[in-house]
Write a protein that binds this ligand. Structure first.
Ligand SMILES: C[S@@+](CC[C@H](N)C(=O)[O-])C[C@H]1O[C@@H](n2cnc3c(N)ncnc32)[C@H](O)[C@@H]1O
Ligand SMILES: [Zn+2]
Length: 192
């Protein structure tokens, strides 16, 4: 992605305005806060937008945001092991695309850019979503799972925005139901 700030003769800190997509607009969402809604038919496989944001390191992201708010909220998107995009700065409307466990879009990383692509045909008025698949940490417990509660409302909802390892799925279901059962030992080799 082009740097958020570009040099010009007038100022070295001129903000680059991200282009606006003609395929969707931002409105109130039943999932959470604001969301992105199709305003034109979108074809399966069509690129919907690029996720814009200031490029920072993981350390900078950790310094900027501590996961200690009462409710989880982020505009961060992990690009790779070095870089995170912070859409709070220089972000476009793609930052309002909510998570769903049964999404109609997916994200694709191509040459350092993050794109949102439709994985099915999307009719106007439909909310655009992708699966955030937030990384699972081995020390996560019931509180973390509930902190990342999912409100996508789909029949396939797994209850949390986190990507839960297969061996922990029954445990996480119990935690989400309010039963703080003991976490099983991690299998020696986990493929997912
Ligand atoms: C990139 S923002 C999406 C836009 C957000 N709705 C807003 O109005 O700012 C990501 C945040 O939205 C919320 N969010 C997105 N999808 C969600 C979901 N399925 N369930 C609960 N919260 C969700 C979470 O707070 C998440 O950290
Ligand atoms: Zn869900």
């Amino acid at each position: 992605m082009t740097p958020v700030r570009k040099s010009t003769k007038k100022s070295s800190k001129t903000l680059v305005k991200p282009p606006k997509s003609e395929l969707y607009e931002v409105r109130r969402s039943k999932i959470q806060g604001r969301g992105a809604f199709a305003i034109k038919p979108i074809r399966k496989g069509q690129k919907v937008d690029e996720y814009w944001g200031q490029r920072i390191t993981h350390e900078e992201a950790d310094d900027r945001y501590k996961d200690n708010d009462a409710r989880h909220h982020t505009f961060l998107f992990v690009l790779d092991d070095e870089t995170v995009l912070d859409a709070r700065y220089g972000g476009n409307d793609a930052r309002f695309i909510n998570h769903s466990c049964d999404p109609n879009c997916e994200t694709e990383i191509e040459k350092g850019h993050i794109y949102i692509k439709a994985i099915k045909a999307i009719a106007p008025e439909t909310e655009l979503t992708y699966d955030y698949r937030f990384a699972w940490q081995d020390d996560y417990g019931p509180k973390d799972v509930r902190y990342y509660t999912c409100r996508c409302g789909s029949k396939k909802c797994r209850g949390t925005i986190l990507k839960v390892p297969v061996y922990l799925r029954p445990t996480v279901r119990e935690w989400l139901a309010g039963n703080d059962v003991k976490k099983p030992r991690k299998p020696a080799k986990t493929t997912r």
